[in-house]
Design a protein around this ligand. Structure first.
Ligand SMILES: *Cc1c(COP(=O)(O)O)cnc(C)c1O
Length: 397
């Protein structure tokens, strides 16, 4: 039997303007070409320390336990939930989008009783809802909530919820996969106990590492568990000895070092730009996109005043096949945007402007491409109005 030789891998360079992955910064790709070295090599251990420091800066925390889980954002979610939750615990999970639902699934797998707090997909959770749920549930181990809901485009305010949560003696666990370095996020000032993210959203790296930070109070809870963590891979009691062990580091699993180089470089870029400036950039480009979409007669899906700058959700005009529209953007313009998931499938598009991708060039290019495709679908449009409104916004802001 003869086997056809495999051709050289030659993938297209897409503009990834969806819910993630987003485009990888060229400097991150370059860092990833560094040689793989041993996980106990002093050079590698230094590199881990060097990555933990800027990670604390990005999270705005002094937490000792600030590291990265080997795996995607979902692995970060598992690390957070599996370490905190034990069989028999009561937890409150905020469910106003796809990822809140996933958190509830994981908490149940850990044997917890989940008290859901729900809101329509596209609206925030109100602090009073948490107060009510806390009263109903009695003793609660943790409140779990998504900061930037990538499925709906909502940026959830957390300060008041944190206050209420701690008053009830519970821990606050936050998903910041899409918000880290794209939105204001203050772990220590806001009293967040456990928070995780991922490399492929606003950190401009490929998927594969999940930054995680855990407060001292939450680590005490992890250390005084009655039952071992149901997952060996993300058990912070063992894993913590590798990340926090100084010279006494112990083997737990082989970290994907190449991904750590990527995270380090992504963080270096964040610090060079400055976190404040980066947040302002994400907001400015999202607002310019919004100005353009509005001028094209399109309506945004997420509740006004609570929109997530790295990810904008927009309703698909009546009579337009959302799949075909996105296919047109990909085939004709090389641009990927996301479709709606769950309850929002077919109804919205999700436009990501994350990290390296949050630029005026991407905003204007997308508006032009979208206009071209919408015209093909027979949508009545004022030609050029979207791009013009966006340019005007940039002029004035
Ligand atoms: C992308 C995302 C995740 C999941 O991350 P993966 O890297 O796909 O595993 C979790 N939460 C939110 C809010 C996300 O946007």
């Amino acid at each position: 039997m003869t086997t056809e030789p495999l051709g050289e891998l030659n993938l297209p360079h897409r503009q990834l303007l969806g819910p993630g992955p987003s485009n990888v910064h060229p400097r991150v790709y370059r860092a990833m070409m560094q040689p793989v070295i041993g996980y106990l090599d002093p050079v590698f251990i230094q590199l881990m320390d060097d990555t933990q420091r800027p990670l604390r800066t990005a999270f705005r925390t002094e937490n000792d336990m600030t590291m990265a889980i080997s795996g995607t954002g979902t692995a970060g979610m598992e690390a957070a939930i599996y370490n905190i939750t034990e069989p028999g615990d009561n937890v409150i999970v905020c469910m106003n989008g796809f990822f809140g639902t996933r958190m509830a699934d994981m908490a149940k797998r850990c044997g917890a009783t989940v008290f859901p707090v729900e809101a329509e997909w596209g609206r925030i959770i109100e602090p009073e809802q948490i107060s009510k749920a806390l009263k109903k549930a009695g003793r609660v181990k943790a409140v779990m909530i998504v900061h930037g809901e990538t499925s709906t485009g909502i940026l959830q305010p957390l300060e008041e919820i944190s206050r209420i949560t701690h008053e009830a003696g519970a821990l606050l666990l936050v998903d910041a996969v899409t918000s880290l370095t794209g939105c204001e996020l203050r772990i220590d000032d806001w009293g967040i106990d456990v928070c995780y993210s991922a490399t492929q959203k606003c950190l401009s790296g490929p998927p594969g590492m999940a930054p995680l930070t855990v407060s001292e109070a939450a680590m005490k809870v992890v250390q005084s568990r009655k039952e071992p963590v149901a997952s060996f891979y993300v058990d912070l009691n063992i894993l913590g000895r590798y990340w926090g062990g100084g010279t006494t580091r112990m083997y737990h699993h082989t970290p994907p070092m190449t991904m750590l180089y990527a995270l380090r470089e992504g963080l270096r870029i964040v610090l060079e730009e400055g976190i404040e400036a980066r947040i302002v950039r994400h907001k400015r480009n999202a607002d310019a996109l919004t100005a353009g979409l509005n001028a094209m007669g399109m309506t945004l899906h997420a509740q006004e005043g609570y929109r997530l700058p790295p990810l904008t959700t927009v309703s698909v005009p009546d009579g337009v096949d959302e799949r075909k529209l996105r296919q047109g953007l990909l085939d004709e313009h090389n641009i990927e945007v996301g479709g709606g998931i769950g309850d929002l499938a077919g109804k919205i598009m999700r436009i990501g402007l994350m990290g390296y991708n949050s630029t005026p060039q991407n905003v204007l290019g997308l508006l032009f491409a979208l206009e071209t495709e919408l015209l093909k679908h027979g949508v009545g449009l004022d030609k050029g109005a979207g791009v013009a409104a966006s340019v005007r916004f940039y002029d004035e802001n």
